[in-house]
Design a protein around this ligand. Structure first.
Ligand code: FES
Length: 260
């Protein structure tokens, strides 16, 4: 008599005994990330209307070269080919984009929503093999821990932009754009400081739970990490919203409301 049983055949694609609306989270992820990808790519490539007064769109900070007063090194750099349309966004956007693309949460979400691997728990998949993230190209997702350093540096840039957003031509002030820029720092901070890779780093990169100071750091990151998904979405749409606000002011669609 055999001492093991053969595995059941794979469940056909999309077959499941689940009765809940398991497909809704993936549909929302597909729509949300799809919208961000399309809008964000356009906003970065268009290369104009990304500043208004003391405000700068978070999609463009840190502006290294550009035509706005925020540019660190001045106007379009000499090495840029004359035939290629210039946009300051591409010098910096790769860093936050790479950080989000390789984020543990987003990976789980877009693997399901964009290429159905897996579709959802206990739902039939379109393929029977699973290579996981130990193989090329998905093994490259490990660069997340390095994108973390860029993300931490960008936190400083965002904080600087928030301070700058209060420096109007007539002196210190506060506008709706200033408040939105500050809100953006809080949302991106909640997302970045809840990063799994940051927790591992601050916890001493050990395979056991840290104690003492490292343990306190570990617990601090865990506090943000508990709602990492919520921070991820809130900060993503926060960036979009601030960009839309600054862009709408710059294009004359809406006035910037000054509080004082
Ligand atoms: S795991 Fe999501 S930002 Fe690092």
């Amino acid at each position: 008599m055999a001492d093991s049983k053969a595995l059941p055949p794979p469940t056909p694609f999309l077959k499941t005994s689940r009765t809940d609306a398991w497909w809704i989270p993936s549909l929302l992820t597909f729509l949300g990330l799809g919208f961000f990808l399309v809008y964000g790519t356009w906003a970065i490539l268009v290369g104009k209307n990304y500043t208004y007064g003391p405000y700068i769109s978070p999609l463009y900070g840190l502006e290294l070269w550009g035509d706005s007063p925020h540019a660190l090194f001045g106007a379009r750099p000499g090495f840029w080919p004359a035939w290629l349309p210039f946009t300051p966004g591409i010098f910096i956007a790769w860093a936050p984009a790479g950080f989000r693309f390789t984020c543990y949460y987003y990976r789980g979400a877009y693997y399901k929503a964009f290429w159905a691997d897996p579709v959802a728990c206990t739902v039939g998949e379109p393929r029977s093999s699973y290579l996981g993230e130990n193989w090329f190209p998905l093994v490259m997702q490990n660069v997340h821990r390095y994108f973390l350093y860029f993300a931490l540096a960008l936190m400083l840039v965002l904080a600087y932009d928030a301070v700058e957003s209060t420096q109007f031509e007539d002196g210190f002030g506060l506008g709706v754009g200033s408040l939105l820029t500050m809100m953006n720092v809080v949302l991106i901070g909640g997302y970045t400081f809840g990063c799994h890779a940051l927790r591992h780093l601050l916890g001493g990169r050990a395979d056991s739970l840290p104690v003492g100071f490292k343990g306190a750091c570990y617990d601090g990151v865990s506090a943000c990490n508990r709602n990492h998904m919520k921070w991820a979405w809130a900060s993503l749409f926060g960036v979009l919203f601030v960009d839309m606000y600054v862009r709408s002011c710059a294009m004359g669609f809406i006035p910037d409301l000054r509080i004082f």
